[in-house]
Write a protein that binds this ligand. Structure first.
Ligand code: SER
Length: 312
């Protein structure tokens, strides 16, 4: 059977770029984009689009049957900062959307699932440098708790029901096409918009807060690579550590200044500082590199250049 893809949460930061990449590989008509509401003109124009509530099992099942879907990429989620404001809504969305898709796979309605986890699964008792694949995980945010719980369920569905679910722990994702929403790492995108518009940026994290980050093209590549990997090469059925760059607000500001010398940054940490302080500063992703040949191609310098070129 040919691959037919459904992307849930296709209008978000990652979904909008992943959908277009998947369409260029599998053909526009074989990649169904869906979201709770319409967004992103390019996405809606370039192929099929469905309004779908990730929490509604019957609606998703109907869509899967209508389009004879084989693979689902579930990208709908409430991120860390918004999740702290709406804990129960975050839990409801992040967990029930995952159960809906895992159960469709359990009942053989679909063959393969991609579900993203996050660096938020780690907490303040986790080693923060070069965080290992297998380590202490005591997440302190609702978002992190949902991702950690989700990882356990993915592994459970794989072991007990043979579900082919693949997952990576995304770091902060930096991109210029679609804005991120409600995350702690969002500053690393906002800073570029503000640098171009106002030549200054007030950062909600402190100057020396190091966090793992990744440019969108690398994140999309990782997602497509893990889904195309040989089933036998996937040895981790919870979620893979994934890394590319680590930087502080100071460091990205210095890199921006190389292109915009008059750029200035100031700091006013808010509630998101506490979240960032509980997360790793750098990640050991050797398992992903070994198992399915993951490698990244964007460093801080290259990413900064591409961001400023595209937003400028
Ligand atoms: N970018 C996410 C957040 O900040 C982390 O996965 O919530």
């Amino acid at each position: 059977m040919d691959t037919k893809i459904l992307i849930i949460g296709a209008c978000g930061q990652i979904g909008s770029e992943l959908t277009l990449s998947l369409r260029s590989i599998y053909g526009n008509d074989n990649v169904i984009a869906s979201d709770i509401r319409e967004g992103n003109y390019e996405l809606i124009q370039s192929g099929p689009f469905e309004i779908l509530d990730a929490k509604n099992y019957e609606q998703i099942k109907e869509c899967v049957e209508k389009h004879q879907i084989t693979d689902v990429y579930l990208l709908a989620a409430m991120l860390s900062a918004t999740g702290e404001k709406h804990p129960m809504i975050a839990w409801d969305l992040n967990m029930n959307s995952l159960f809906n898709i895992l159960n469709l796979a359990k009942y053989k309605q679909i063959k393969k699932v991609f579900w993203p986890s996050s660096i938020a699964v780690f907490g303040s008792t986790t080693p923060r440098q070069n965080t290992p694949q297998f380590t202490v995980m005591e997440p302190a945010t609702v978002y992190g708790i949902t991702k950690q719980t989700g990882e356990r369920w993915c592994e459970y569905y794989h072991k007990n029901y043979g579900v082919d679910v693949r997952s990576i722990r995304y770091p902060g994702i930096i991109s210029w096409k679609t804005l991120p929403g409600g995350g702690t790492t969002d500053y690393a995108v906002e800073i570029f918009y503000e640098a171009i518009k106002n030549k200054s940026y007030k950062c909600f994290l402190s100057n020396d807060t190091a966090l793992p980050m990744m440019y969108m093209d690398d994140a999309v590549k990782a997602t497509i690579d893990i889904m195309r990997a040989d089933k036998d090469d996937i040895t981790i059925h919870s979620s893979y550590n994934l890394a590319a760059i680590t930087f502080t607000p100071d460091e990205v500001a210095a890199e921006i200044k190389k292109h915009i010398p008059e750029f200035t940054i100031s700091y006013e940490p808010d509630f998101r500082q506490k979240i960032a302080d509980s997360w790793p500063q750098s990640i050991d992703d050797s398992k992903a590199r070994e198992d399915w040949n993951w490698n990244h191609s964007f460093d801080l310098e290259k990413m900064t250049k591409v961001m400023l070129e595209n937003l400028g």
